[in-house]
Write a new protein. Structure first.
Length: 167
């Protein structure tokens, strides 16, 4: 997918984020600090990581600035409500920055955090992949906790199989 203008991408990424938030809202407030093992990301860490990576890495890099991602820790937002508010606030800030990108901006080079030059639209294209990876982690964590989660696109795999025609 080549991103020639920013509006279709913003619409697409907004849908990706909404699907992430739908599963994030399944997290019980008392499980926001849960991780499957010591030293691993907690559910809150994953959400804070998504928020700060989008805002302080991608949104900075597409402006030809270095990343400002320094932490995804509880000092940014502690507790379920605060974490969710952080995710929403930083996403809104990022989307404002992305919305200002012109066709020319999308074609110029920016630099990734490891100082590698990349065409801006190609760097943006990686952001949904990053989000989807971490959304999968949230689904897995919630499955480990026995939490029922919404199907990604309307039907579960069991419902698709039940409606399928088998020759």
């Amino acid at each position: 997918m080549e991103i020639r203008t920013i509006q279709p991408f913003l619409h697409y990424f907004g849908n990706v984020r909404e699907r992430t938030m739908r599963v994030a809202r399944c997290i019980s407030p008392d499980k926001i600090d849960w991780a499957y093992a010591d030293g691993k990301f907690t559910l809150g860490d994953i959400l804070r990581h998504l928020a700060v990576a989008e805002r302080y890495m991608w949104a900075e890099n597409v402006q030809c600035r270095p990343a400002r991602y320094s932490t995804h820790g509880k000092e940014l937002a502690d507790g379920y409500e605060n974490v969710m508010a952080l995710v929403e606030r930083l996403h809104a800030e990022s989307m404002e920055i992305f919305a200002r990108l012109t066709e020319q901006d999308l074609q110029r080079k920016c630099k990734t955090p490891d100082d590698a030059p990349i065409t801006t639209w190609k760097w943006l294209r990686l952001m949904p992949e990053h989000e989807i990876h971490h959304r999968g982690q949230i689904y897995m964590y919630l499955a480990m906790l026995g939490v029922k989660t919404p199907p990604l696109y309307g039907l579960t795999s069991e419902e698709v199989r039940a409606r399928s025609v088998i020759d």
